[in-house]
Design a protein around this ligand. Structure first.
Ligand code: ZN
Length: 480
């Protein structure tokens, strides 16, 4: 049985090398199948069957020349490990289940929360009420879509002790975690277990996708791994996650679908489109770009000629990245205790006592629409950090002072106004607030170090930001 030559696998000259296919149309289709690429050849077995129900269910995709009966059988015999059952993982899992992937492994260590529901489309309000594990919530959704799919739930955090042994049992791995620590860990595990890795990310309106560690079916080209492209992790303070930066739910939805698509192509033996290429999706302008990536690097520490990372020498990823394996916000500590004030103390000493001060809110203006404290002055941390990048251009102290005034005009105006009601000898208090107390620390640090004030000021931040205010001072205050 020779398939259309649309498929890279099914051309006649490759038949002898790549697969043996004997197809009998009786009530049951019996196929001896060996169609997997080099990466996942071990996932194929020699005995597989489709029945009438399968044919009815999958017929729309089976009549595609690139899928056909062999492709559908390959899907059923395949297994995909999805690391993360969140915004990327949910749509990926959903389409893999619907397409008839035989086994789906789901790794996650979180429970379902209300803030997940706008993008993590397999989870439900009932899951929030019961604090259901995301692995279980996703597994239930898979069963409702396609009861023939086997789901393996891993309610755990992937780490260097369990990563390779978990990954090795699957044909394809999808990284749907979107944090730097997991990216390195999943990458290394996939290289060591020789598995293709479909990696996605999404933030705000933008998403990216690429396929790492993929070996072409001829075996003549092995793509780069994540470390080939990024040998060193980015500084933790430059990484923004969805919790901090926001994300429109449909954006990870689109990227997660792309991840399922690439995984399916790998399974049925069609070369993935984003092997050694990066897809860059911009949902705001509706743009899709493809960037060519450099190939595998011979000196890569995990996939190169002389790898220093092996199964027994996986590094401490948290230490290596200087951050933790979570997509959630993490508290940072940049300031000494005397430069900080608790929400309760701020209320007592400033608000209740009517003490003149400038309250500087460094969130984005759009966040102030959700909630804010009265009489705050808003300059976003983004603008403050932009100022930071501009100030070194000033040649003299005078130029620097004038640049500060221009860039942070609202702060200086607020200081002038407050100072009118104060004793001249007293320093003017500036209290900086943000959502969680991280950006406020960056702002205090910058204002103290870099900005030239004409008169004396004391600058502190509110520990834990407005989230702490809502917890400890005003329980009616919105949190987000
Ligand atoms: Zn590499």
């Amino acid at each position: 049985m020779v398939k259309s030559n649309h498929s890279l696998l099914y051309t006649s000259e490759k038949i002898n090398k790549r697969y043996i296919c004997i197809l009998r149309y009786t009530k049951v289709l019996i196929i001896n199948l060996l169609i997997m690429s080099d990466n996942n050849r071990e996932c194929a077995t020699n005995d597989a069957r489709l029945d009438q129900e399968d044919v009815t269910r999958y017929s729309r995709q089976m009549i595609l020349p690139e899928i056909g009966v062999p492709g559908q059988l390959a899907l059923r015999q395949a297994s995909v490990l999805v690391v993360g059952a969140g915004g990327l993982g949910c749509p990926a899992i959903q389409y893999l289940a619907a397409a008839g992937v035989g086994k789906i492994g789901i790794i996650d260590y979180d429970t379902v929360e209300t803030s997940n529901l706008h993008r993590q489309i397999l989870h439900t309000e009932s899951g929030v009420k019961k604090s259901t594990r995301k692995t279980h919530s996703a597994a239930q959704a898979v069963k409702a879509i396609n009861s023939k799919v086997t789901v393996e739930e891993f309610y755990m955090q992937l780490d260097r002790q369990n990563a390779v042994d978990t990954v090795k049992h699957y044909c394809v791995v999808i990284d749907a975690t979107d944090n730097v620590v997991s990216r390195y860990l999943v990458n290394d595990a996939c290289v060591l277990a020789n598995k293709p890795l479909v990696s996605g990310s999404a933030l705000r309106w933008e998403g990216q996708l690429t396929v790492y560690n993929y070996q072409t079916q001829h075996g003549d080209c092995k793509g780069p791994c994540y470390r080939c492209l990024y040998p060193s992790p980015p500084p933790p303070e430059t990484v923004t996650n969805c919790s901090d930066g926001g994300v429109l739910g449909v954006v990870p939805g689109i990227i997660g679908c792309f991840q399922a698509l690439e995984a399916i192509k790998i399974i049925v033996g069609v070369e993935p489109s984003y092997h050694q290429k990066l897809l860059v999706f911009d949902g705001l302008v509706g743009g899709v770009r493809t960037v060519k990536l450099r190939g595998a690097q011979p000196n890569c520490v995990v996939c190169g000629n002389k790898p220093s990372i092996t199964k027994n020498t996986l590094p401490d990823y948290v230490k290596f990245c200087g951050s933790v394996a979570t997509d959630k916000c993490v508290s940072v500590k940049l300031l000494d205790d005397e430069q900080r004030i608790t929400a309760a103390r701020y209320k007592n000493e400033f608000v209740d006592a009517g003490k003149p001060h400038v309250l500087l809110d460094v969130r984005e203006p759009v966040e102030l629409q959700i909630c804010s404290l009265p009489n705050s002055t808003n300059i976003s941390i983004r603008k403050i950090l932009f100022c930071k990048s501009k100030l070194p251009l000033a040649k003299s102290d005078e130029e620097r002072s004038s640049a500060c005034r221009q860039l942070l005009e609202k702060l200086f105006t607020a200081l002038d106004n407050v100072r009118q009601n104060m004793d001249r000898d007293e320093p003017t208090p500036v209290v900086v607030v943000c959502r969680l107390g991280n950006d406020s620390q960056k702002a205090v640090d910058f204002l103290n170090r870099e900005v030239t004030f004409h008169e004396s000021v004391t600058i502190k931040d509110i520990c834990g930001g407005l989230t702490s205010w809502a917890k400890t001072v005003d329980k009616q205050f919105f949190t987000y």
